[in-house]
Design a protein around this ligand. Structure first.
Ligand code: DLL
Length: 440
C-alpha cells in the first residue's frame, strides 16, 4: 500500500499524517488527561504533585510538562505489583510480566482499551513498513507475554496479512516454514535473525532466493553496520522497531521505507529528550536520554518515564509524508557505557568497528576484566570460515586491520581475539554481548 493511499484511509494509520497543530492539541489533551488521572487515581503521583504544588489544571501547554518530575523503573518496582495502576483490578484483562529484571519483575496491566491501543500502534507499525494483504509474516516471539507475538498477530490481521507463530528455538522448523509457506516478512531480534541466517547458510538455504522481503527487528541494540550486513546477506529490507514493555510493548516507534529514524506514535506516547545527568529537557536534535509519557493508557499511565535509551529527536519532515517526529536509532543506553583507562566506551562503537571490516561475522563478545589493578577489555569476534582456514598471513592482516579500526573508534588499544565460527554462544532472546568480570 502506498503512503498516498493511506492518507485518504480513515484508519488509525491516518493519524500518522496529521497536521502539526491538531497533533499538538491531541497531545495536550492526552497529557492533561494523564495528569488528571494520575492525580485522582495513583497515590504516588498525588503526593508528588502536592509536594511541588502542581494541580492538573496548571498544565496548559506541552512545554509545561518539563516542570514535572521524572520517573523510572524503580517507581514500578517500589510499587510492585499493583501500586501504580490507575484502574481497579477488575478492569484488567491482561498482565504482562517482564522477565528481564533480575529478582522482582515489572508488572504491566492492560484493560481492554489498553489492548486496543496496543493493537492500534502495532497496526500502524506494520503499515509503516508496507506490510499488507498477501504478506505472510513469520514471528519468532511466540504467544508468550514477551511483547511481540500477540501484538504482531493482531497487527497482521489488522492490515490483512497472515502471521505464522514459530517461537525461537526450533530453527530447522522455522527455516522450513519460511521456505514452504513463502513467508514475506519476519519479526525477530536482529541477533536471532543473524542466527537464522547462519543456520540457513549451513543447510544450503539461500534466504535471498525466497519470497522473504522484509524483517522487523528490535528489542536490542544494533548498528547501521549490522543492518547493512543483514540486508546484504539476506536480500531483505531490515526495519528498526522500538518498544518498551512498561509503556506498551513493541509499538512505540518504527522506521518507514526511508529508513531514516523511527517515527514515534507521538499522539500516543509523548517523547522528550533529557540530559541524563541533570534531567534537563533538551531541544529536538540534541542527543540525550529518551523520556516517554503515555497519552492514552488507562491502566498504567506513566509520566516522564526514563527509558535509559540514548537517541535524539529528528523533527525534519520525512519523505514518506508522516508528520510524526522520529527518533534516531538507539545509539547506547545510559547504563551500558563502561570506562576503561579513563576512556568512555559504548558497545555500539565496537560493533560498528568490527562489522565495518570484511571477514568478520556478526557474533562477538566484549569481556571486561581486571589485571594488575587495571581495567582491561577484550573483544572476541568470530571470523568467516574462509578467513579462518586461509593462510596465517590473511589472519594476521585481518587482526591488524581490525585492531586499527577499534583503536581509531575507541581511542585506545584493546585486546582482540579472532575466533572460529560458532565459538560464541547464540541466544534465543535478547543478545548478551558484554561480560563484565571486573571486581566491583
Ligand atoms: O524489548 C519490546 C520490543 C519487542 C521492542 C519487540 C521491539 C521489538 P523490553 O523488554 O521492555 O521491551 O525492553 C525495552 O529494549 O529500553 C531498549 O533498551 C531496548 N530496545 C528495544 N527496541 C530497541 C531497538 C521490548 N530498536 C528495551 N534498538 C529498551 C535498540 C532497543 N534497543
Amino acid at each position: 500500500m502506498t503512503d498516498r493511499k493511506l492518507k485518504s484511509t480513515p484508519t488509525a494509520a491516518s493519524r500518522d499524517f496529521m497536521a502539526p497543530e491538531p497533533l499538538r492539541s491531541l497531545q495536550l489533551a492526552g497529557l492533561q488527561d494523564t495528569v488528571t488521572r494520575l492525580c485522582a487515581d495513583v497515590a504516588l503521583f498525588r503526593d508528588r504533585f502536592r509536594k511541588i504544588s502542581f494541580a492538573p489544571g496548571d498544565l496548559k501547554t506541552l512545554d509545561d510538562l518539563a516542570a514535572l518530575p521524572l520517573m523510572g523503573k524503580n517507581e514500578l518496582l517500589d510499587n510492585y505489583p499493583y501500586g501504580l495502576l490507575a484502574v481497579p483490578l477488575t478492569d484488567l484483562v491482561r498482565l504482562h510480566v517482564s522477565g528481564e529484571t533480575a529478582g522482582q519483575p515489572l508488572i504491566t496491566g492492560y484493560t481492554r482499551r489498553d489492548l486496543e491501543l496496543r493493537s492500534e500502534v502495532m497496526e500502524r507499525c506494520f503499515r509503516c513498513t508496507g506490510v499488507g494483504p498477501g504478506d505472510i509474516i513469520l514471528d519468532v516471539s511466540g504467544y508468550s507475554l514477551f511483547p511481540g507475538g500477540f501484538e504482531d498477530s493482531s497487527a497482521a490481521e489488522a492490515v490483512g496479512a497472515a502471521v505464522i507463530s514459530a517461537p525461537a528455538g526450533d530453527v530447522a522448523r522455522q527455516l522450513m516454514l519460511l521456505k514452504d509457506l513463502g513467508a514475506t516478512g519476519i519479526c525477530a531480534t536482529p541477533g536471532y535473525f543473524n542466527f537464522l541466517l547462519e543456520q540457513a547458510g549451513e543447510t544450503g538455504l539461500e534466504l535471498r532466493d525466497l519470497p522473504l522481503r522484509l524483517g522487523i527487528f528490535g528489542a536490542e541494540p544494533w548498528t547501521e553496520e549490522m543492518r547493512r550486513r543483514i540486508e546484504a546477506a539476506s536480500g531483505i529490507k531490515a526495519y528498526d522497531i522500538y518498544g518498551r514493555s512498561e509503556i506498551i510493548g513493541s509499538g512505540i516507534g518504527i522506521e518507514c521505507g526511508n529508513q531514516c529514524g523511527m517515527h514515534v506514535f507521538e499522539d500516543r506516547f509523548y517523547p522528550e529528550i533529557i540530559d541524563p545527568g541533570t534531567g534537563r529537557a533538551l531541544p529536538d536534535g540534541e542527543p540525550g536520554e529518551l523520556v516517554l509519557t503515555t497519552l492514552a493508557r488507562p491502566a498504567l499511565p506513566l509520566l516522564r518515564y526514563r527509558t535509559g535509551d540514548v537517541t535524539r529527536i529528528i523533527a525534519a519532515p520525512c519523505a514518506c509524508g508522516r508528520t510524526l517526529r522520529r527518533i534516531e536509532r538507539i545509539s547506547s543506553r545510559t547504563d551500558d557505557r563502561f570506562i576503561i583507562r579513563g576512556v568512555n566506551i559504548f558497545p555500539a562503537q565496537i560493533e560498528a568497528a568490527l562489522l565495518a571490516v570484511d571477514g568478520t561475522l556478526p557474533h562477538y563478545n566484549i569481556v571486561l576484566y581486571s589485571e594488575n589493578g587495571r581495567d582491561e577489555i577484550e573483544v572476541d569476534v568470530e571470523i568467516t570460515e574462509a578467513v579462518f582456514s586461509d593462510r596465517i598471513r590473511t589472519l594476521e592482516a585481518l587482526q591488524h586491520r581490525l585492531s586499527g579500526e577499534l583503536e581509531q573508534a575507541l581511542g585506545l588499544r584493546v585486546k582482540l581475539k579472532l575466533v572460529a565460527p560458532h565459538t560464541i554462544q547464540r541466544g534465543e532472546g535478547k543478545t548478551r554481548r558484554v561480560f563484565d568480570h571486573r571486581r566491583k
